[in-house]
Design a protein around this ligand. Sequence first.
Ligand code: AMP
Ligand code: MN
Ligand code: MN
Ligand code: MN
Length: 275
Amino acid sequence: MKIYDLHSHSNFSDGTLSPEDLVKRAKEFGVEALALTDHDTVAGTASAKQAALSQGIEIISGVEFSCTWENQLIHMVGLNIDEHATSIQLGVQQNSERRHERAQRMHQDLIKHGVDIREQVAHILRDGASPARPHFAQALVEKGVVKDLKRAFKQFLVRGKPGYIPVAWPPLEEVASWILSAGGTPVLAHPARYKFTRTKLIRLIHDMQAVGVHCLEVSTCTTEAHQSKMLADLAREHELMASIGSDFHSPDQPWAALGAAPALPKDLQPVWAAF
Ligand code: AMP
Ligand code: MN
Ligand code: MN
Ligand code: MN
């Protein structure tokens, strides 16, 4: 069976590799079909596709949208989208505005708490990449405010800490419609990450299905085996398709290597059946 990795990031969002280097690395790691799913942008897709031509690897157009469900942030991956579709262009523009506005407010909030990273923030905003919290975390490390990224996300940038600014991300149904209108397949990203109870996850599944979302990301590198088993059971019970992806961001994070998510159970309907 073909090796799929349907969740990865480039430096067009919070990944560290260019799309070209990402594709090259995916090939080296044995991936045969890769989806680039940057946060709220499709700007790296063209370069990834171009690079894939010479590497002999298939690129599936993708995106990872932030959205809101029951007042909480969830991530919705869109796979096999037409990245030029009006709905995607509109969606990335809207969420990009939210990200830029949040970045300014994060900067102001950090200043209020005595942390001035204005040079780094100027760089982050000039860069053109989708501004994300890991950029701020990296800036805090570079500035010597914290020792590493882990501490940056413990002492800053999260709820209740300096630099945390909540965002009114669009609702689940709106994001699902962006992806569906672009001919894509919406997928609930890393369902275990939200730490929902099983009951709550089932409520989310019902709400998803009502708006045309019929796929769970069952296997990722950071989903533990017992969680993947629970997700596979939910996929069976609710007749959902299953997706697999590393959520690769950087070679510095060897626990989320390209192509390294455990294979999907054979009886589940893989998401690529819908492509
Ligand atoms: P954002 O979408 O800008 O709010 O940033 C979320 C991204 O930050 C996620 O996709 C992860 O890549 C990263 N992230 C979130 N929490 C942590 C954490 N505790 N440690 C490291 N990276 C994190
Ligand atoms: Mn990320
Ligand atoms: Mn995510
Ligand atoms: Mn991701």
